[in-house]
Design a protein around this ligand. Structure first.
Ligand code: NAD
Ligand code: LMR
Length: 341
């Protein structure tokens, strides 16, 4: 009796799983990764190759893409893989892409700020976005390259100049801040990390990273000491630097970033394909504060940003975080806009 109940349940679960897989794999989605041979690009491409919702993976870089693509193409999952090397092949790589993930550019070394990357990375993002605006103007553009607080405004200006700007389709990927916050908070309160969610708003650099611990799920205990809460906030703001220092000159976060970007890509694909109620924090065009771009929880839909869910109710400490982070964020946004102009 028990055995037949268990096997019926197993069969029902298997049927549900098959239905889910066939739904996600019934869509033909081409995803392009620009900077695919890099520290983020390679593990990100691997995770995307394992995503049954992706039918075509187009890998672009200025180095090593034939090798990366050949390697990944031997994996027996759905997505076909093609490598594109150098600017002459960028158009072909982008053509027909519904989503473009951009981790191209240099990473930090110890002692550098993300803004120190501006001089090299601004031009890279501008040129890649120019190509995207020409070859896949309707794609979702997901920018990982730092400084995100400036590269997203640059991308926007490029799409505007090309006459194909849609604010709902350009995202600065800040998922890693949420991933880290979930990990650190779950650890601090002894919660199940898989069921922990901490919204992170603002931007993606130092004091512009603003975790909303008062909105964490599950909630922090009412008697959670304020000094520990402040230390947790500072750790989240400096988590990128923690990795940069630990890597001691060999780059910044790559594996956790690839995980975060793959998570964001999955959510966006789900939403594009009609799944309802998909929410991710992202750095987008915004009127939530006086900053023209600001990360908040975003309800994603078929056309990208469906609704900006705003920052919710902040406590005094979080209000102060916003006040303290806004001047730097405004400066970084202006720097990006000026560069693109
Ligand atoms: P990396 O140096 O390992 O890889 C960068 C790749 O970009 C290289 O393969 C390089 O050949 C390629 N590249 C350089 N110029 C290019 C161009 N014009 N066109 C195409 N490809 C080009 O660096 P990484 O560790 O992968 O980091 C990449 C970027 O991501 C850095 O700017 C880093 O700061 C940023 N990053 C952002 C986050 C975030 O949360 N948004 C997290 C981690 C890293
Ligand atoms: C991160 O947060 O890990 C990235 O922005 C990389 C960096 O330079 O810290």
């Amino acid at each position: 009796m028990i055995r037949s109940l268990v096997s019926r349940r197993c069969l029902a679960n298997a049927a549900r799983l098959t239905r889910q897989l066939s739904t996600s794999s019934s869509h033909n989605t081409k995803v392009a990764v620009l900077g695919a041979s890099g520290g983020i690009g390679q593990p990100l491409s691997l995770l995307l190759k394992n995503n049954p919702g992706i039918s075509q993976l187009a890998l672009y870089d200025i180095a090593h893409t034939p090798g990366v693509a050949a390697d990944l193409s031997h994996i027996n999952t759905r997505a076909s893989v093609e490598g594109f090397l150098g600017p002459d092949s960028l158009g072909e790589c982008l053509e027909g892409s519904q989503m473009v993930l951009i981790p191209a550019g240099v990473p930090r070394k110890p002692g550098m700020t993300r803004d120190d990357l501006f001089n090299t990375n601004a031009g890279i993002v501008r040129d890649l976005c120019k190509a995207a605006a020409t070859y896949c103007p309707d794609a979702m553009i997901c920018i990982i390259t730092n400084p995100v607080n400036s590269t997203v405004p640059i991308a926007t200006e490029v799409f505007k100049k090309a006459g194909v700007y849609d604010p709902n389709r350009i995202f600065g990927v800040t998922t890693l801040d949420v991933v880290r916050s979930n990990t650190f908070v779950a650890d601090a309160i002894g919660a199940d990390v898989g069921n922990t969610n901490v919204p992170v708003i603002g931007g993606h650099a130092g004091v512009t990273i603003m975790p909303l611990l008062s909105q964490a799920t599950p909630s922090l205990p009412a008697d959670f000491p304020q000094d520990k809460l402040e230390a947790l906030t500072v750790r989240i703001q400096n988590a990128g630097t923690e990795v940069v220092n630990a890597k001691a000159g060999a780059g910044s976060a790559t594996l956790s970033m690839a995980f975060a970007a793959a998570k964001f890509a999955q959510s966006l694909l789900d939403a594009i394909n009609g799944k309802e109620g998909v929410v991710e924090c992202a750095f987008v065009r915004s009127d939530v504060t006086k900053a023209q771009y600001f990360a908040t929880p975003i309800l994603l839909g078929r056309n990208g940003v469906e609704r900006n869910l705003g920052m919710g109710k902040l406590n005094d400490f979080e209000q102060k975080l916003v006040e303290e982070g806004l001047p730097e964020l405004l400066g970084s946004i202006e720097k990006g806009e000026k560069f693109a102009a």
